[in-house]
Ligand binder design. Structure first.
Ligand code: HEC
Length: 135
């Protein structure tokens, strides 16, 4: 019984560790930083409509349209995988946005003709989307 309690205490202590800003806790690497990506330009690109992002995806900052062809993009910063099997890292996301079928041959997402700079800006914007419920 007591070791169950100890385990529970340990679990609580582990949960509180990051909140206390304890230096013993490994610092999370900022793995979602996109070099040279500008999230404000990225939002303008996805909201602008030229690339059809919102026609296929629900995007928290875009009120209309709320497409449902692909997955909602809310919570993209915290998602582990892109297209169900690619690691969600900046370089992979930028490459996927530029040419989805090159990385995921079965994907339903087309190559919409983004430049590398545009893909970086959009990836930077997508990594601002922390909340999976779009709030
Ligand atoms: C014609 C519809 C279509 C358009 C246009 C489109 N997408 Fe997609 N997108 C999809 C589909 C379908 C998937 C699911 C891919 C898969 O799982 O293979 C997807 C996947 C994604 C993913 C990965 C999401 C995840 O959780 O796996 C991101 C990010 C994404 N799209 C962003 C965009 C952005 C940004 C644009 C505009 C530049 C865009 N998409 C345009 C259909 C589209």
């Amino acid at each position: 019984m007591s070791h169950v309690l100890n385990l529970a205490r340990m679990a609580i202590a582990l949960m509180l560790l990051p909140m206390a800003g304890c230096d013993l806790a490994p610092k999370p690497l900022n793995t979602k930083h996109v070099d040279e990506g500008d999230p404000t330009r990225g939002l303008a690109l996805v909201a602008g409509g030229s690339y059809g992002c919102a026609a296929c995806h629900a995007i928290p900052d875009v009120r209309f349209p709320k497409g449902n062809v692909g997955p909602p993009l809310a919570g993209m910063a915290g998602r582990s995988l892109i297209a169900g099997h690619l690691p969600n890292k900046p370089g992979v996301l930028v490459a996927f946005l530029q040419d989805p079928p090159a990385l995921a041959p079965q994907t339903g997402m087309p190559n919409v003709g983004l430049t590398t700079e545009q893909a970086r800006d959009i990836a930077a914007y997508l990594y601002t989307l922390e909340a999976p419920d779009g709030s």
